[in-house]
Ligand binder design. Structure first.
Ligand SMILES: [Cu+2]
Length: 159
């Protein structure tokens, strides 16, 4: 239900032409970045830490990732900061739509399979299958965090 509401908010922020289209629900939507993976199929675990730095930045460490098309990856994500953070994996365009929605509706919650929100000191995971080659992003879309440096790049090689 929350995901459905988020979909509507995103559609409302998009151009009118798109808003009348096929954005409702979102669960059956094919994502360019891939699809939820099966843990047993994961061939690699990538550990990612989310935190604030002493000089006022917010970061993912590491923030650059190389994977291959068809690969299933387990992201083991740890929030070692003092603020709540999230890890959202998507294509750049969707990240920016989502960022705008979060700035408008900061209390919005969502439960998408490509995202996880973690309280300070908590850890979690996303198992993801990359089905397309290309350049994708990870980002924290808590308002202000992206602009404080909280984003990274995922490059998916053809094979
Ligand atoms: Cu954050």
């Amino acid at each position: 239900m929350k995901a459905a509401i988020f979909g509507l908010l995103v559609a409302a922020l998009a151009s009118p032409a798109v808003a009348s289209g096929s954005h409702e629900g979102g669960h059956d939507e094919v994502m360019a970045v891939g699809e939820p993976g099966k843990k047993a199929a994961a061939t690699q675990t990538i550990r990612v830490t989310m935190k604030e730095t002493d000089d006022g930045q917010m970061i993912f460490a590491p923030s650059e990732f190389q994977v291959r098309k068809g690969q299933t990856v387990r992201f083991a994500i740890m929030n070692s900061g003092e603020l709540e953070h999230e890890f959202v994996l998507d294509q750049q365009e969707k990240i920016m739509e989502h960022k705008a929605a979060m700035e408008k509706f900061p209390d919005m919650e969502h439960e998408d399979p490509n995202a996880i929100r973690l309280a300070p000191g908590k850890s979690g995971e996303i198992v993801w299958k990359f089905t397309n080659a290309g350049a994708f992003k990870i980002a924290c879309l808590v308002p202000g965090h992206y602009d404080a440096g909280m984003h990274g790049d995922v490059t998916v090689a053809k094979k």
